[in-house]
Design a protein around this ligand. Structure first.
Ligand SMILES: Cc1ncc(C[n+]2csc(CCOP(=O)(O)OP(=O)(O)O)c2C)c(N)n1
Ligand SMILES: [Mg+2]
Length: 685
């Protein structure tokens, strides 16, 4: 067999595995894998630096399938390259990532060939995709990460990190706003390690893109500052390879390749139709298509002789040699730069360096106090010095969010200064969310920041963070009505409730400066959990911890801050964030009036839920039914803590534009109302 025939055979194996899997599942997307098999073949077998035996080799090229519905492309290529499985501790498991059996059970329960690419579930998947646009946006974070890692760790004689990022996108990805935000940022930053290939098939679910998408996409990317190329035939592997070679030689700009393709390529009756997008071909059409490929019509899930060997000789041999060479390089690097090598090893395992929490501040009691965002800024500046690979920034609100790293040498990440630790995401919240994910997937400890109310703008990325179990950090300030005069457009109401509803996301709303410190202490130790810090704009009293319990209780999510004599309360006040000090003030009045009141500070529902029942019952004794929660946010969900006999002082409407004091009065966030409501609850009004 000639080399060309072998290439064709390998490509048709990807196509027919995809067709058969979708047919067997009676669900899925065959058309795009049929069209893009040559592209994926070329990237993987001819170009990518990737060792299938060690899919988490740190200097591997990254491959992102942003049009995640074409997942059969990934399952086929991971299978044919015999990519190995690894576990959450980054150990190789000695079994393939995706077996032929998984592919036979495409989209079935527990198969390693699920409907869409899932990071963590299938080794070799670099990021979860399916929500269109997220993959390409995340790839920008991966590209920023590579630049930063190279700048921080490479030495002239040791190019440790020189990998590239390849992302494949469909029309849907190109239409989504998040991709536009991310492409704009990538162009600005001149990320020449990044290549997007746009599957220009002009078909989406509702039909031809003539009805929706007629702009000059290539012109748009030129305007973003990308190097734009075109390959007019998706079956021309040599042309694809040439375009990728040009990408690898291009410096100072990311690369955008327009690839003209035919969805459902080879299917006599489905090619170029939207029917090829998301429906099985049907038995008869499968036969006709296989005939068109010169494939045995009745064979199913066929991997012809020589195909595995062809991939082993291509990506397998190349990847193994490159990795071997890199391992030797890393050993020599370690001998010369032992401290940096240790850093890299810790970072890759998501461990913290020794002394990571040294010099964290302790705030003295102070009735005037400190704003949550101020305390956060101080803590971040300490942590970023202790943890070299902690970096991040804001979506143009750093002066308000207090996320700027201001110590000497922190630097600003720009094209010419890729070692800077202050990222400037610009006013691109959604891309910021995806970029933070891309950084975290690259093992950098990353944070993003904006006003709390605008977390809606990046929620899809935050959801993926949780789904992927990434230890990302989102710093959201102006967490309630503290933004007073800016009015209801800037005052979050339903946001806490909606974040608390995301499985696996840890939301913390600390009540004073020392709780902010403890919140960060907790968050930094997470390995597989994203966290949101909701922080106040305005100063909050710093509680006297010699009088009240230690802020270390934050680590349990909720703790008894102030208690009734003998620890037997008849009333429990539960508060978070800026309402904590109000609850304490009300508590003092109630105690003076002879009421056995307890204050529970509850910065994090999620964390509290993870505690054993004995602890939870010690904080909220089931026998105490008079419970009052105070939170300047939607009351939604508080019933679970206050019970049917309890009450909630919260928000049931949007806020209003006025100074904070007036708003507190209007919406009833005052100690007097808390006292009165508590007395009502106890029947002592
Ligand atoms: C954010 C988002 N919106 C909608 C969908 C549903 N959806 C999946 S594929 C698709 C059409 C995508 O068209 P295109 O990217 O051109 O893919 P092709 O059919 O060409 O493979 C849509 C609307 C989705 N997955 N994500
Ligand atoms: Mg399309």
């Amino acid at each position: 067999m000639t080399q060309d025939e072998m290439t064709e055979l390998a490509i048709n194996t990807i196509r027919t595995l995809s067709i058969d899997a979708v047919q067997a599942a009676q669900s899925g997307h065959p058309g795009t894998p049929m069209a893009l098999a040559p592209l994926v073949y070329t990237i993987w077998n001819r170009v990518m630096h990737f060792d299938p035996q060690h899919p988490i080799w740190p200097n591997r090229d990254r491959f992102v399938l942003s049009n995640g519905h074409a997942s059969m492309l990934l399952w086929s290529i991971l299978h044919l390259t015999r990519t190995q499985a690894v576990d959450a501790d980054y150990e190789t498991l000695g079994r393939p990532s995706v077996t032929l059996d998984d592919i036979r059970r495409f989209r079935q329960l527990d198969s390693r060939a699920p409907g869409h690419p899932e990071y963590r579930w299938v080794s070799g998947v670099e990021t979860t995709t399916g929500p269109l646009g997220q993959g390409v946006a995340t790839s920008v974070g991966m590209a920023i990460a590579q630049k930063w890692l190279a700048s921080h760790y490479n030495k002239p004689e040791f190019p440790l990190f020189d990998y590239r990022i390849y992302a494949v996108a469909g029309d849907g990805c190109m239409m989504e706003g998040v991709a536009a935000e991310a492409a704009s940022l990538a162009g600005h930053l001149g990320l020449d390690n990044l290549c997007w290939v746009w599957d220009n098939n002009r078909i989406t679910i509702e039909g031809h893109t003539d009805i929706t998408f007629t702009e000059d996409v290539a012109g748009r990317f030129l305007a973003y500052g990308w190097n734009v190329q075109r390959v007019s035939d998706a079956n021309d592997v040599d042309a694809i390879e040439r375009a990728l070679a040009i990408f690898r030689r291009t410096s100072g700009r990311p690369t955008f390749i327009v690839l003209d393709s035919h969805i459902g390529y080879g299917s006599p009756n489905r090619q170029d139709t939207s029917a090829a997008h998301g429906e099985p071909l049907g038995e008869e059409e499968v036969r006709l298509t296989k005939r068109a490929y010169g494939w045995p019509e009745d064979a199913q899930f066929l991997v012809p002789d020589g195909v595995y060997e062809h991939f082993a000789a291509g990506i397998g041999a190349r990847g193994a040699a490159l990795r071997q060479e890199w391992m030797e390089r890393f050993t020599a690097y370690g001998a010369q730069y032992p401290a940096l090598a240790t850093e890299i090893e810790q970072m890759l395992r998501r461990e913290l360096p020794a002394g990571w929490d040294r010099d964290l501040p302790t705030f003295p009691a102070d009735p005037k106090g400190v704003a949550g965002r101020e305390a956060s800024g101080k803590v971040l500046n300490v942590l970023a010095q202790n943890i070299p690979w902690l970096l991040g920034g804001s979506a143009d609100l750093a002066p308000s969010n207090k996320t700027a790293l201001t110590y000497d040498g922190a630097g600003h990440f720009q094209a010419a200064t890729p070692g800077g630790k202050n990222l400037h995401y610009g006013i691109r919240e959604h891309a910021m969310g995806a970029v933070v994910n891309g950084l975290a997937l690259s093992k950098i400890r990353a944070y993003g920041s904006t006003f709390f109310v605008f977390c809606d703008y990046l929620r899809p990325a935050l959801r993926l963070s949780a789904l992927m179990e990434l230890p990302t950090i989102f710093v959201f300030t102006h967490d309630a009505m503290g933004d007073g005069e800016d009015g209801p457009t800037h005052q979050p109401v339903e946001h806490l409730a909606s974040l608390r509803a995301i499985p696996g996301l840890m939301t913390l709303r600390p009540g004073d400066a020392n709780e902010v410190v403890e919140a960060y202490r907790t968050v930094m130790q997470l390995h597989h959990t994203p966290a949101v810090l909701a922080l106040s704009r305005q100063a909050l009293p710093t509680l006297d911890r010699s009088r009240y319990a230690s802020a270390a209780g934050v680590a349990q999510g909720a703790y008894v801050l102030a208690d009734a004599p003998g620890g037997s309360p008849e009333l429990i006040l539960i508060a978070t964030g800026s309402e904590l000090a109000l609850a304490v003030a009300a508590h003092e009045t109630l105690v003076a009036d002879g009421i056995r009141s307890r204050v529970v500070s509850m910065p994090s529902w999620d964390l509290f839920d993870r505690q054993p029942p004995e602890y939870r019952h010690s904080v909220l004794p089931p026998g105490v039914k008079a419970r009052l929660a105070i939170e300047q946010a939607s009351t939604f969900g508080w019933e679970r803590f206050v019970g049917e006999h309890g009450r909630v002082i919260g928000m049931t409407t949007f806020g209003a534009s006025a100074p904070l004091k007036a708003l507190q009065k209007r919406f009833g966030f005052e100690p007097e109302r808390i006292v009165a409501t508590a007395k009502e609850l106890l029947g002592r009004a």
